[in-house]
Design a protein around this ligand. Structure first.
Ligand code: ADQ
Length: 754
């Protein structure tokens, strides 16, 4: 069986693994009637997406049922027992005060606004945080109770950010995936969150973290760096010896749930016919939102009023149907929004309507899906104007209801959906005037263009449906769990000096790459205080004098500095500024790795670094030929780390389009061209002395990782000290490495003597 077949097989097995889905709300809701509690299906993005998936694969769903526990508890208990038995839905019961502080408090007045880049709406009270922690804890109890070995746990959304870590503590081996339905905020805004460290640590308990778009994933990585000082790769972050996989998977819908209704539901057909008659001769614009300030309802109404005022020819020719589902009405910001929307609706219809024409039909309630699909079919234009949105399923639902390719989607560029629905007409909903112009264009779009755009969108929504999304999530989770084993296998072993000595003795062509600061000598407060002791000079001379050896001292230091300290050692190669310049031991001439190097960037970056020096007593800037370095070893440690995170985040954004990068080293931030690294230099060295049968490379910081990565598996790559590394071996400190090098030098001397 080929590898591909094996991996397909593992995906099939993954899909048949039992799933525990955990979300704030179950897809079922309790409703009180005169005959006691009754069951209702929840509406909303998550339920629309997960229901078909669970129907297919089977498993448990854990979440809260909503509603008060106090009323008619007997009938309530009966209904919940039925949910568990018939639907595999298990209700988590939160005490009333915990439920309120958790949902209306921290989740929706602290996290929701900040994650949607609305920090001005943030409200925080410490007791709502306590409720959030307690709610997450109660969810973790419920999961632990249902969990069986080999289950896959899939946690949903911002209500349960602490759950992955809580579960990791209770079930260390469990497969835990997390999907964030809402956007991840920019790294400028995320740090305003009270308890931000705990939130990131909570997420990092998962094996797999999935976002709606790559943009959100990048923002998460930037927050990790800025808040926790954690570096990550685009697809992975290491939490100690455990990998956490990062992915972007845009959620979708089950298109046939909509088209089936369109094709066969009687009430849909009847309502549709009635609307067609009612609105005949008019173009229909449709908007469907929860009444949330992130959805841009106010901005849409203002843009619509603008359109009607600026294009009088549309009078009596167009109608906007705005459906707004009431949501989170216990929160002040939502009540204020409702009042303002009501006022605007009155104003538009009062001032701009005519006795024969109501330009805006405002429906402030949830509507049945049978009715919704009819409206989608009817609408000439669907207008999605989110100011910020994780995805926005309305956009996809509308497209699913347009199999014939008619209709135009107008979509906010700030909805996650915009990342994969490029054929929509994109708008900036904050720009009232241009939004109005785009709506006008949508109304007038010629048939051919309309069909081209809608057909492309339709194909994509049908292909990338929610089943595919779910399967990809589950497969990614299984792969992430399998990666754990590989990750541990690739963790470095302790270096055994005798083994290296034997390999060294057997070899006839050897390369030894040695970093200096932190590797051969301990760090000093200032770079110039780290002059090499005699023992190091002797050791390097011994090793370099062996004719079968090429010994390279690779350092971040300048060429001039290295020459001053090591220039007299015969046979020693020198590499300065992390690989930017090389001195061949036989020619004694410094050669740059690149011939043309721009240096004008320094005048832009230097003032920024100097600003950080002003803010950080004990820190200073070092100017090298190819780089600028901010050193903060003598600064107050926590403050220094915090500022270094801030500096790197800031420089990363600023240098994004250039060949320069900002790197974190041991108590330094270095700005240098991306090509000036030890890995790049390696090619040139190996060309000068090819086909070695022994390669030894030792280093302690991130610049050495470039080298370790380039070297093959059979090289002796050695990381000095603790911390994550790609090296195959570790030694505890510089003294440990000196002992190993001494052993190598002695074995050479012994051979010469014999
Ligand atoms: P929501 O913020 O709820 O979801 P959205 O993606 O638009 O946003 O989903 C809304 C759902 O509710 C749609 O299925 C829609 O049909 C339904 N709906 C809206 N108005 C309705 C009405 N009046 N009557 C009946 N049904 C109505 C969150 C994130 C989104 C993300 C989803 C899924 O905020 O960005 O797309 O999760 O991940």
């Amino acid at each position: 069986m080929g590898l591909q077949a094996v991996s397909k097989l593992s995906v099939v097995q993954a899909n048949s693994a039992r799933l525990i889905v955990v979300s704030n709300r179950l897809p079922l809701t309790l409703r009180k009637t005169d005959d006691g509690w009754k069951t209702e299906r929840s509406s909303g993005g998550l339920a629309s997406a997960m229901n078909p998936l669970l129907r297919k694969g089977g498993g448990d769903w854990i979440g809260s049922a909503g509603s008060s526990k106090e009323e008619d508890p007997e009938s309530r208990r009966r209904v919940l027992a039925e949910w568990a038995q018939k639907d595999g839905c298990f209700a988590v019961e939160l005490p009333e005060d915990v439920a309120t502080g958790f949902y209306e408090g921290y989740a929706n007045q602290t996290l929701w606004p900040v994650f949607h880049n609305f920090p001005s709406q943030l409200k925080f009270e410490p007791k709502t945080w306590e409720a959030y922690v307690e709610a997450n804890r109660l969810f973790s109890e419920a999961v632990v109770e249902r969990y069986k070995p080999n289950d896959l746990i899939w946690v949903h959304d911002y209500h349960l950010i602490l759950l992955p870590q809580m579960l990791r503590q209770r079930l260390p081996d469990a497969a835990i995936g997390f999907f964030l339905h809402i956007p991840f905020p920019s790294s400028e805004i995320f740090p305003v969150l009270p308890r931000r460290e705990e939130l990131l640590e909570g997420l990092l308990g998962a094996d797999l973290l999935v976002f709606q778009t790559h943009g959100h994933l990048q923002q998460f990585r930037a927050a990790l760096l800025r808040v926790l000082g954690m570096e990550s790769k685009i697809e992975q972050v290491a939490v100690g010896s455990r990998p956490v996989r990062l992915e972007a998977l845009p959620i979708s819908i089950a298109p046939e749930e909509y088209t089936n209704l369109l094709n066969s539901e009687k009430t849909t057909a009847e309502q549709y016919a009635e609307w067609v008659a009612r609105y005949s001769g008019r173009k229909v614009l449709l908007a469907v939102d929860r009444l949330d300030y992130t959805k841009g309802v106010l901005e849409r109404l203002r843009a619509y009023a603008h359109l009607l005022r600026s294009s009088p020819e549309l009078k009596e020719k167009v109608i906007l149907i705005q459906i707004a589902v009431p949501t989170r009405e216990g929160i002040d910001a939502y009540q204020d929004l409702r009042t303002e929307v009501n006022r605007l609706v009155g104003e538009i219809n009062g001032k701009l309507g005519t006795p024969e024409w109501t330009p805006l039909v405002y429906i402030n309630r949830s509507i049945e899906r049978t009715e919704l699909v009819g409206l989608y079919k009817l609408a000439d234009v669907c207008w999605v104007g989110s100011l910020r949105d994780g995805m926005n399923l309305v956009a996809k639902e509308y497209v699913a209801c347009k199999p014939e390719g008619d209709g135009v989607l107008v979509l906010s560029e700030f909805a996650g959906a915009a990342a994969e629905m490029g054929e929509a007409l994109l708008i900036n909903p904050f720009d009232e005037e241009r939004t109005a112009a785009t709506i006008e264009r949508a109304l007038a779009l010629d048939e051919q263009e309309r069909r081209l755009r809608m057909t492309a969108l339709h194909h994509r929504v049908v292909r990338n449906n929610v089943f595919r999304w779910g399967e990809r999530f589950v497969a990614a989770l299984q792969e992430a769990v399998a990666e754990r084993g590989r990750f541990i296998d690739t963790q470095p072993q302790r270096l055994r000096p005798a083994e290296v000595r034997d390999a060294y003795a057997r070899a006839s062509r050897r390369w030894l790459f040695l970093d200096y600061d932190g590797t051969l000598v301990p760090f000093a407060k200032r770079p110039q205080q780290a002059a090499p002791p005699t023992v190091i000079l002797d050791l390097l001379s011994d090793l370099a004098s062996e004719p079968q050896n090429c010994v390279v001292l690779m350092s971040g230091r300048s060429a001039e500095n290295l020459d001053r300290w090591f220039g007299t050692i015969r046979g020693l190669w020198l590499v300065a500024e992390h690989g930017a310049e090389l001195k061949n031991s036989s020619t004694s001439i410094w050669e740059p790795l690149r011939s043309q190097v721009a240096a004008d960037w320094k005048s832009t970056v230097l003032p920024i670094l100097e600003h950080f020096v002003d803010r950080t007593p004990g820190s200073f800037v070092e100017e090298k030929k190819y780089a600028l370095v901010w050193h903060y070893r003598a600064a107050e440690p926590e403050f220094g780390e915090w500022l270094a995170n801030e500096l790197v985040s800031m420089l990363e954004a600023m240098l994004a389009e250039t060949e320069l990068r900002a790197f974190r080293g041991e108590k330094i931030v270095e700005v240098k061209p991306v090509w000036a690294n030890k890995g790049e230099m390696l090619g040139r060295l190996l060309a000068a002395y090819p086909d070695p049968d022994f390669i030894f490379a030792a280093g302690d910081d991130r610049t050495d990782e470039d080298l370790f990565e380039r070297l093959q598996d059979n090289a002796w790559t050695v990381h000095i000290g603790p911390g994550p590394t790609r090296a195959s071996y570790v030694v505890a400190d510089f003294e440990g490495l000196r002992r190993v090098l001494k052993l190598l030098a002695e074995s050479g001397r012994l051979r010469k003597a014999s």
